[in-house]
Ligand binder design. Structure first.
Ligand SMILES: Cc1ncc(COP(=O)(O)O)c(C=O)c1O
Length: 422
């Protein structure tokens, strides 16, 4: 039996990863289970609520304790409320009725329909590329694309704040992994300068909108450096698609460099409100990925209902009719209110707004009290960011009313004052 007291001081996420000498492989799970049931503060208290209704501006949840109550939702990635858009849901139901609820096969066998093919061509049209490939998971998109295209001997250059799925894809590829400090273009150039001339398989990867900070990658400078140092460029615009740029085409459109991005990766699970991911690129690259991206080749296709809903989403995106301007009014209002109240919101340029706390113990308490008071936000600390940069992660949603935003900021102010954050 493992004594709770003994592991109390070591109850941090990373301390449970290793099997100590003499321990059974599963001892780590027993230790974590002890910590979770002991009342030691781990941050997990705030996780795992049950939605009792469609996720929208204000809706009902059930807590772990069994208590049901309503919360203001400032933690959903469905920024444009497309996951509950009537046209999108109608298209999903129609595809569900026609094709059933699962595809029963991978895409290269019997897993796709004309609805899936339509989705790929809509995504390609949206980016102005020859072709696009749709993966059944966003995480698997990054892992599959990177590990297919990069190999031993190649070099991948990453922004330090890139999403975990990008780093996992890099590790799996076997390529050399280089990292530059977040959005530091001098740092990027320093890395590029040191790459040996003969190492010509080079890929720079960056999030478009950074998922924990909400800022936009400096794609004007990144693409310029990529040109100078002969690198290919991949952008994961999971949180930019449909939202940033003059017509909502994302981070590359924001900097007017859409034609300089080799691999336009995005997730269908955030603003598109569904599930999956894609890579829009040249026809040759897409054909290559269909054969070599193992998370595509060996993974069952998206249900037709999701693909059907997403076709409606890309119709809305293509015509810039998804309500982007209304969302931006809410983003700007929420940011202004937070700044006026004295919160540190770092440098957000999107629907993701961090509220910096910098103290993990306070973060867990603040998060729990916000929720008790009817406000849901995401909680972000290690391993998503460094502990000393821990924060609440707020997301603006199109259908939040100005009154709901006022109420949310009022709750934040009360709890923020209590803990000396404002
Ligand atoms: C930037 C980024 N890329 C990839 C992913 C993975 O996407 P999914 O949740 O659809 O697997 C996420 C999800 O959080 C993300 O934020």
């Amino acid at each position: 039996m493992i004594e709770v007291q003994k592991i109390k001081d070591g109850s941090k996420f990373e301390n449970f990863l290793k099997t100590e000498a003499g321990e059974d492989l599963f001892a780590k799970a027993e230790k974590v289970s002890k910590v979770l049931s002991s009342g030691i503060m781990t941050g997990n208290e705030g996780l795992g609520m049950i939605a009792l209704d469609k996720v929208q501006g204000e809706y009902s949840i059930r807590e772990k304790s069994g208590m049901a109550h309503s919360v203001l939702m400032l933690g959903s990635n469905s920024y444009l409320n497309l996951s509950t858009h009537p046209k999108v849901m109608k298209a999903a139901v129609s595809a569900l009725n026609k094709f059933g609820y699962g595809m029963g096969a991978v895409s290269n066998y019997a897993g796709i329909t004309d609805i899936h093919k339509e989705l790929e061509s809509r995504i390609a049209d949206f980016y102005g590329t020859d072709a696009a490939i749709v993966f059944p998971s966003g995480y698997g998109t990054n892992v599959g694309v990177i590990s297919a295209l990069c190999n031993e001997g190649d070099v991948i250059i990453n922004d330090s704040a890139n999403h975990a799925s990008i780093f996992d894809g890099c590790r799996l590829s076997g390529a050399e992994i280089k990292v530059f400090p977040h959005s530091d273009m001098k740092g990027l150039e320093r890395v590029l300068k040191k790459i040996p001339q003969e190492q010509t398989g080079r890929l720079i990867i960056t999030d478009g909108v950074f998922s924990m900070d909400g800022d936009i990658a400096k794609l004007d400078l990144i693409t310029q450096l990529a040109g100078e140092y002969k690198c290919r460029v991949m952008v994961d615009d999971a949180h930019g698609v449909g939202i940033v740029g003059p017509t909502g085409k994302g981070s590359a459109e924001y900097y007017d460099v859409m034609d300089k991005i080799d691999l336009n990766v995005g997730m269908l699970s955030k603003s598109p409100g569904g599930l999956g991911g894609y890579c829009a690129a040249s026809a040759e690259i897409v054909d290559f990925l269909r054969l070599y991206a193992r998370t595509f080749f060996f993974s069952t296709a998206l249900p037709a209902s999701i693909a059907g809903g997403l076709n409606e989403v890309f119709k809305l995106f293509q015509n810039d009719e998804a309500g982007r301007e209304i969302l931006w009014d809410k983003i700007n209002y929420l940011k202004a209110k937070l700044v006026e109240a004295g919160f540190d919101i770092a440098y957000s340029q999107s629907a993701i707004i961090p509220v910096m706390i910098y103290d993990e113990e306070k973060l867990f308490k603040i998060h729990a009290e916000l929720r008790e008071n009817g406000l849901y936000t995401n909680i972000v600390t290690y391993p998503a960011v460094r502990r000393k940069e821990c924060r609440l992660r707020l997301c603006a949603m199109k259908e939040l009313t100005f009154k709901q935003i006022d109420r949310a900021v009022d709750i934040l102010k009360i709890i923020g004052h209590k803990y000396g954050i404002v």
